[in-house]
Design a protein. Structure first.
Length: 77
């Protein structure tokens, strides 16, 4: 699964952040953070024991990006 945020304002227009998350074969929850403009570069990787940690991490990270004028552009399926 992934959450994609894009900035469409000012100098940072076109920049994006993608949070890809899921579970691995051993049952751990992982989150990969990818930043970029045209192509992305993975800048952070987190490995957590439970889903509660995932929710807290994503809440904090998305809040930081929303204060920088990033908007959610993830399509609901």
């Amino acid at each position: 699964m992934q959450i994609r945020l894009e900035n469409k304002t000012g100098k940072r227009s076109g920049r994006f952040v993608v949070y890809e998350y899921g579970t691995d074969l051993f049952g751990y929850v992982y989150v990969d953070k990818i930043l970029g403009r045209d192509r992305g570069k993975m800048v952070s990787r987190w490995l957590m024991q439970d889903v509660g940690s995932l929710v807290r991490l994503l809440d904090h990270e998305i809040y930081k990006r929303e204060t920088e004028n990033y908007e959610n552009v993830t399509l609901a399926v």
